[in-house]
Design a protein around this ligand. Sequence first.
Ligand code: PLP
Length: 379
Amino acid sequence: MTTESFRPEKKITTFYPPQRTLMGPGPSDTHPRVLSAMARPTLGHLDPVFTEMMEELKGLLRYVFQTTNLMTFPVSGPGSVGMEMCFVNMIVPGDKVVVCRNGVFGGRMIENVERCGGIPLVVEDKWGDPVDPQKVEDMLKKNPDAKIVAFVHAETSTGVQSDARTIAQIARKHDCLTIMDTVTSLGGTPVYMDAWDIDAIYSGSQKCLSCPPGLSPVSFSERVVDLVRNRTEKVHSWFMDISLLLGYWGASRTYHHTAPTNSLYGLHESLVILYEEGLERSWARHRRNHEALKAGLKTLGIEYVVAEPYRLPQLNSVYVPAGVDEKEVRRRLLDSYNLEIGAGLGDFAGKIWRFGLMGNSSKLENVVFCLDALEHVLI
Ligand code: PLP
């Protein structure tokens, strides 16, 4: 390769993305206030003005997670990094970990446990069903030496919500710590980390928080802090070692990695927006728009995958009507309407669509626009 041999076939110039409406499983539409926040001048990650903002950001995250945990901050990386951070810090090889799987993301948790040298004890539920707390209880009775219970609060691959409070109560009764995935739930449906007694939680910036992808808010209880402090072997990831990261996010502000400052302005702004709206009002908005979409889908004869009491308002998974080419529908929605909806994953590939109404995408005009476009495409 020489400088002259780089001859692209088409002229290379600035990238201008089309203006889509994002109504899939994430990312959702970034709030315009978040986009402008991210366009502000870059600051150094140790600049005192920036570090002051970091403190406010931690406080706002405590508000959205509903926790007083000191160890609450955003990790630089997508939701998968938040997930991995929980497992890599909390598991030592040989630990038994109960993992609830009722969709794709529970499966990823199993992968994480195995890669950390843990032994996954898998509680299986059908795709589209919530986690059955009784099965968790039975598994813990059979395995009194289990250390952790891990579950996905809002399973994005199916659109189902599980009963976090009950699962966490069972885990505590059996002296286990809990890891909860709130990538799709945070901001869209109630999450009460302290009241539900959850030990480790992670989320993602790109769904109900209306930010671009790339940041993962996490929070850890004092029990996790003690566990990590008392580890005799090093955490197997340098980047995700909580104790090292805390050097930067804690009082000493030691350099750990160059934090993505502009993305953090964006997350800060999105949390300010959520705080101004109020969590309860945000949850109510997500529910209202879900009800509107549900009513419209019914008139089109489209049926939901998940039973009514367990449906996520922000992630509506529905069966593709018989005889319809689901891929072609999604293509036409994208090409003719600039509208993105989600396909099925794993067991549900080709069988379902997923309509996201998350964060800034959860608004009535999107519901009306989507139903209208769908009706035209389905004719
Ligand atoms: N967990 C759940 C429930 C998710 O929906 C996702 C992404 O959609 C993830 C974890 C992984 O997040 P990311 O894609 O940001 O790494």
